[in-house]
Design a protein around this ligand. Structure first.
Ligand SMILES: O=C(O)CCC(=O)C1=CC=C[C@@H](O)[C@@H]1C(=O)O
Ligand SMILES: [Mg+2]
Length: 369
């Protein structure tokens, strides 16, 4: 295949409810969509998961657009590509900027699976026809509200509940949740809000039989996490700290985690995500697919990735109606009793709803050779 044209769109969609983490609150999601066309007219879609502010990591919507326009698009336009694994090779001289890279790579995987007439899940080697779904619940205004939002999610059938914690909103909240929902698989995500000095406090979480605690310490750390993991029974799950299969190898060797959350954008694309998956499988480290409040396009890629065998824990891949009044794919992603049925049609498995996309688009730019 040869990519001959790329369109970038900047979208802004209102979340159904604000999402609060230890680093801030999202009311809207602003993001880039990338539409790539090959020489035979086949179109593939990718979504940039970078936020409009550098809260979660250093990339933003504007830095990803700059990287795409000035570096990555020129490297890919008109290049002969026989397999999407080659995209990361084309980008090898560009350091980091993983979310920008994965935006194009996702579209190439979509085109590749259409050309080879298979679903993206099948093209990746995935075998599941349905996947287990968890939900990530933001910090609420009061303990009562937190309890009722979690209760509703349990009633909706989600297979695991993840709640966000931060200093001042941690042990007592989890204690209360456990008291009310003793059997529910539950985990806490700190988004790097603590340091090793908080070890005594974090160790109190061992009491509550959490499936894991996600990214308690600094976003660039694997050393202190190894120290903390030795003191805690609850498995630590790394999110922000893992950008590549090399990071994963080092973290596993150090004993920094018992679980890894794989996010396609954070690791630079599906090819790298698969490598991390394979390494973790070999080392006996379970993985799950993280979410970045994606629209249906990014979510479709996440669903396909989750069909790989070592995604043994439910991911943050809740259905469209959890996030949006109206998603930009057809049909929307539906979660039923905690499962999503994996689409079998070729490509990402969902039709892109151009009418909806137009409604949310704030800017568009077209690139061709
Ligand atoms: O439902 C989702 O898409 C997952 C939401 C979620 O937990 C996250 C989204 C964005 C940034 C982070 O706060 C975060 C995470 O750390 O996993
Ligand atoms: Mg996280």
């Amino acid at each position: 295949m040869k990519i001959i044209a790329i369109t970038i769109r900047h979208l802004k969609m209102k979340l159904k409810q604000p999402f609060t983490t230890s680093f801030g609150t999202f009311v809207h999601k602003e993001f880039l969509l990338l539409e790539a066309k090959d020489e035979s007219g086949i179109v593939g879609w990718g979504e940039s998961v970078a936020f409009d502010s550098p809260w979660y990591n250093e990339e933003t919507l504007k830095t990803t657009w700059h990287m795409l326009e000035d570096f990555l698009i020129p490297l890919i336009l008109n290049k002969q590509i026989s397999h999407p694994d080659e995209v990361s090779k084309l980008f090898k001289n560009i350091r980091k900027n993983n979310m920008a890279k994965s935006t194009i790579e996702g579209a190439v995987w979509d085109i590749y699976s259409q050309i080879t007439n298979q679903s993206l899940a099948h093209a990746l080697g995935g075998k599941k026809d349905k996947i287990e779904v968890g939900i990530s619940i933001g910090i609420q205004k009061s303990l009562d509200e937190q309890m009722s939002v979690v209760e509703k999610a349990i009633q909706d059938g989600y297979k695991r509940i993840k709640v966000k914690i931060k200093p001042g909103w941690d042990v007592e909240v989890i204690r209360e949740l456990r008291k009310n929902f003793p059997e529910t698989p539950m985990m806490a995500d700190a988004n790097s809000a603590y340091t090793l000095q908080d070890a005594e406090l974090l160790k109190q979480l061992d009491e509550f039989n959490l499936t894991m605690i996600e990214q308690p310490l600094a976003s660039d750390d694997i050393i202190d996490h190894a120290v903390l993991q030795k003191q805690m029974n609850t498995p630590i799950c790394l999110d922000e700290s893992i950008h590549s299969v090399e990071d994963a190898r080092k973290a596993i060797e150090l004993g920094s985690c018992g679980v890894i959350n794989i996010k396609i954008g954070r690791v630079g694309g599906i090819t790298e995500a698969k490598k991390i998956h394979d390494l973790c499988e070999e080392k006996g480290i379970p993985v799950w697919c993280g979410g970045m409040l994606e629209s249906g396009i990014g979510r479709a890629h996440n669903i396909a990735l989750t069909t790989l065998s070592n995604f043994v824990l439910p991911g943050d891949t809740a259905g469209s109606n959890h996030y949006w009044e109206e998603d930009i794919i057809l049909p929307e992603v539906i979660t039923e009793n905690g499962y999503i049925t994996v689409p079998q049609v070729s490509g990402i498995g969902y039709k892109v709803n151009l009418e909806a996309i137009d409604k949310y688009t704030m800017a568009t730019k077209y690139y061709h050779s």
